[in-house]
Design a protein around this ligand. Structure first.
Ligand code: CUA
Length: 312
């Protein structure tokens, strides 16, 4: 149930308001459908011609019925309108104009850049939030239109190039909530996933402190060789690693790559083995992505994995 219909198991007030509206609308629709089918069935049986010559009683105009079928739908629509506006204002109150967003999420083909303006923390494809606090999230796009959606937490909002949007994000219970891009944005739209990790406040603060810090320096020979390859194989042109010369900003910041749960925006679970597969042949895993095949040898892949695994 939960994985098939995540919108039906909300974990935040916003998603709960959406589910309430969904059930009210479906409920009213089912009652109307039942009434219409019932009346058609009744008319078919009760008023069918018994003989070939029989002609039914002809009538025109019926003021009470016409008033009824005008007033009742008007009342139903007015009720739904009030409920919808109430849900919209509770989900999406206008943010105070001078408020700094708690999180900035930038959509890319095909991954998510995540910034925390207050602390300076940077992440990718994984948004950590403290449980029970409502965060203001500014969403932007670096290229085409994407759409930010975490079904169990909040509504969809488009990420439009040159036009930042806002949404409120919160989770009532600790957990890992799946998010996805909900607007077709090119070849790898289906591999544009992310996770929202809702943590107790202390765990969230610890995560932020860890993300703000630089990457630990590699110590083993393997990892040192990998760090050199990271520069010489031009990885550093696109990726940044805090505390090193790598300052690229086209791909995800890798400073704390090894602490993340997934690779390539939810395409792979993050393990040394999958990281090796990804480095060896990203185009077979995510065709069309901007991560190029660098024709690395087995040895080079092993060194890069040893280095990247130190980035906790
Ligand atoms: Cu980004 Cu679909």
């Amino acid at each position: 149930m939960q994985s098939l219909l995540p919108t039906l198991s909300p974990a935040a007030p916003q998603a709960a308001a959406i589910r309430f509206l969904f059930f009210v609308t479906i409920g009213i629709s089912v009652v109307i459908l039942g009434a219409v089918i019932g009346m058609i069935a009744y008319a078919l049986v009760r008023y069918r011609a018994r003989t070939r010559e029989e002609v039914g009683r002809q009538t025109t105009g019926n003021t009470p019925i016409e008033v009824l079928w005008t007033v009742v739908p008007t009342l139903i629509l007015a009720g739904l309108f009030v409920l919808t506006v109430r849900a919209m204002t509770s989900i999406d109150p206008t943010p105070p104009p001078d408020r700094t967003p708690d999180v900035v999420v930038i959509g890319h083909q095909w991954w998510w850049e995540v910034h925390y303006p207050r602390s300076g923390a940077v992440a990718a494809n994984e948004i950590h939030i403290p449980v029970g606090r409502r965060l203001l999230v500014r969403i932007e796009s670096a290229d085409v239109v994407h759409d930010f959606w975490v079904p169990r937490l909040t509504r969809k909002v488009d990420m439009v190039p040159g036009h930042p949007n806002h949404l409120w994000l919160e989770a009532a219970a600790p957990g890992v909530y799946r998010g996805t891009c909900a607007e077709f944005c090119g070849a790898q739209h289906a591999h544009m996933r992310f996770l929202v990790v809702a943590q107790p406040p202390e765990a969230f603060d610890a995560w932020v402190r860890a993300q703000v810090g630089p990457a630990p320096a590699p110590v083993t020979q393997r990892a040192l060789a990998g760090a050199r390859l990271f520069q010489s194989k031009t990885c550093s042109n696109c990726h940044a690693i805090g505390g090193t010369a790598a300052k690229g900003d086209l791909g995800p910041d890798l400073t704390h790559l090894a602490s993340r749960r997934t690779l390539a925006a939810g395409t792979l679970t993050n393990t040394p083995a999958t990281l090796g597969r990804w480095l060896a042949d990203p185009q077979s895993i995510k065709p069309g992505s901007f991560m190029p095949n660098l024709d690395l040898s087995h040895d080079e892949v092993a060194s890069l994995v040893a280095y990247l695994e130190t980035l906790r």
